[in-house]
Design a protein around this ligand. Sequence first.
Ligand code: ATP
Ligand code: MG
Length: 419
Amino acid sequence: MSENALKVLYRLHNSGYQAYLVGGCVRDALLGKEPKDFDVTTDATPEQIKGLFRNCRLIGRRFRLAHIVFGREIIEVATFRGHHDSSDEGESKISKQSDHGQLLRDNVFGTIEEDAQRRDFTINAMYYNIADHSISDFAGGMQAIKDKSITLIGDPETRYREDPVRMLRAVRFAAKLNMHISDESAEPIKRLAPLMANIPPARLFEEILKLLLSGQGLATYKLLQEFHLFEQLFPQLAPLLLQSGNRENQFVEQVLTNTDNRINTGQRVTPAFIFAAFMWYPLEERCQQLMVEGGLNHFDAFNLALNDVMHRQIQRIMIPKRFSGPIREIWQLQNRLPKRYGRRAYQMLEHPKFRAAYDFLLLRGEIEGGDLLELAQWWTTFQEASEGQRKKMLEALREKEGAPARRPRRHRKKPKPKA
Ligand code: ATP
Ligand code: MG
């Protein structure tokens, strides 16, 4: 158990407040898994929490809570949430609801029993009390763990409407914990999936990372498809995946399989690679369209398509600059990897994004075979080759494909002597 979480719990408790661990850490501990982070809940208000901790930041508008910061570890402390009373609604900072039942503000405080009712799934509503080390299970979470059942608390449709992200969370927990979504909780999802359009793209970015980087990305993806949620997140890619077993499907599944393997063996992964892959075929399609219908050359069409596809994607899922830059580079290098003459091959090896671009090419090659696979294999060999072998490879390439026509040297015009 995190020492920092303990410090927070004891500081609250010793100051006369109730203090509980709740959510994922209690659930995961009961499942014998190592908790990813520690969430604390209390009857202290955000301001009272701030008064107790120097290292405290209050965050969130929709859902106000406190972050207690210990270097790289953050302990989230939320005040018990209560029921929404229709008299609170309107333009209040405390509570606000949209026309489709979405809660735009959820800052009504209440008791622990009420708080339990406001949580999403029964397995997430178990509380560990620091005062007596007991666990309170208000919604039948213990039984749900035994039944391996992801079950929403309350009326599923109402709860999904309040916060459509709960649909993504249902899928995430089902895949990550190897459980199933109960029939009643599963039923409304396909129907309500379009409500995802009302979620701010920045929040969806955070959720997407959790969905795809859990180590169970492939299983998660399959559930997202099954529940018609994937098309809400990647509307450009989804139509290309309708025909099962085609190269687009194979590509996406292979990317996720590789990502899962890397995560589960402790290797680094970058979201840029996954996003680059999920937009690659839409990019190729758009590029073709611009060439055929717009009469553009490949270079112009590709650059235009790249901007188009990225622009459309970020309407749904915000992609921060630190990832969108590398995504563009991975794409652009796909056009440079075939051009290996002279010094280019060596310059390519030095490129900071060479590794990602090469991995990307390899994946494309594995799926499409043919010239692409040959090209990827050439790069595999070239990287491992000695200097002498590299020279030979480049010469062979020159003979096979014919050297590019030497550009006649342009003689610089001598500046006219000044009169
Ligand atoms: P993880 O292992 O991913 O951290 P978690 O269950 O702890 O899973 P968090 O996002 O950390 O998920 O949220 C902590 C707890 O807050 C949840 O267990 C749940 O009780 C509650 N919660 C989070 N998001 C929602 C939501 N959208 N609606 C209702 N309750 C939520
Ligand atoms: Mg958590």
